[in-house]
Ligand binder design. Sequence first.
Ligand SMILES: NC(=O)c1ccc[n+]([C@@H]2O[C@H](COP(=O)([O-])OP(=O)(O)OC[C@H]3O[C@@H](n4cnc5c(N)ncnc54)[C@H](OP(=O)(O)O)[C@@H]3O)[C@@H](O)[C@H]2O)c1
Length: 289
Amino acid sequence: MLRLMIVITAATGHLGRHVVTALLAKVPPAQLAIAVRDPAKAQDLAAQGIAVRHADYEQPQTLRAAFAGADKVLLISGNDLGGGRARQHKAAVGAALEAGVRHLVYTSILGADRARMGLAVDHLATEQAITAAGIPATILRNGWYLENYTENLGAALAHGVILGAAGTGKVAAAARRDYAEAAAAVLTTDGHVGKTYELAGDAAFTMAELAAAVAEQAGKPVAYQDMPEAAYRDALVGFGLPAPLAAMLADSDTGITRGELASSSTDLRTLIGRPTTTLRAAIAAALAK
Ligand SMILES: NC(=O)c1ccc[n+]([C@@H]2O[C@H](COP(=O)([O-])OP(=O)(O)OC[C@H]3O[C@@H](n4cnc5c(N)ncnc54)[C@H](OP(=O)(O)O)[C@@H]3O)[C@@H](O)[C@H]2O)c1
């Protein structure tokens, strides 16, 4: 392949680190640069020969400098749910345009143009900003991470219950590593400009099925307890989550009841060339930690 310079934002986050790992299996480190808010968190990546650039979504001038010389940029969505995220992403799109980036890849949300859940709003606004900018682009509409459900199984196992407001809605989740490999494939192979991929796990599951799988694999009773959205939000606040995050998570569960995180798309398995990580495997990995 050509010796392109690929810049990855938010590379010190969970997904970003998986993307860097997946890219290192395909291209030499000299072709990679990461654009991160806190370069001190990326010393291990610098030690592997990856250029580390400072880039804060809140400081457009840092984005312009970080994208200089980039052929391709992977813009990983930020996690500021307080209302500034669409503005931050638009600044990044503007910086990519000014830097002459030839291919911008953005991590959006599954069904961004159909979902009514609040989380989709910033993603759709970002997709529209990319279209308006006219930069050759690929949209990766990522579904839910399996890790959203498997990273904190301790409380579920301790109390024997998984709480939620998702009803009998299904979630076609996949592992962060799956989405990261898809991003790496799009960044290192041809034919993806102008495409929007709906990325989801091969098998969707309900929260009751999640609880049953956890119970079976852990050998302990775990049941799903469904509750109204407001009660779930209040419960999350009671567990110590910030109110805006609790509201967003509860709202997302209501979106799940409408089927907004279910999908029959095979885009993800096609891009990564293998089946997506199963719920069973994700639970087993979490229990083994
Ligand atoms: N599909 C899903 O289930 C799901 C779940 C959660 C989140 N998401 C979305 O997917 C993204 C990636 O997921 P993740 O698991 O990697 O999340 P994560 O671990 O929370 O990483 C978020 C990344 O965004 C960076 N960031 C936040 N604000 C920034 C700013 N102002 N300037 C530059 N960078 C900034 C963070 O930088 P630092 O490393 O310096 O903190 C971090 O690297 C999230 O940010 C969110 O938009 C998706």
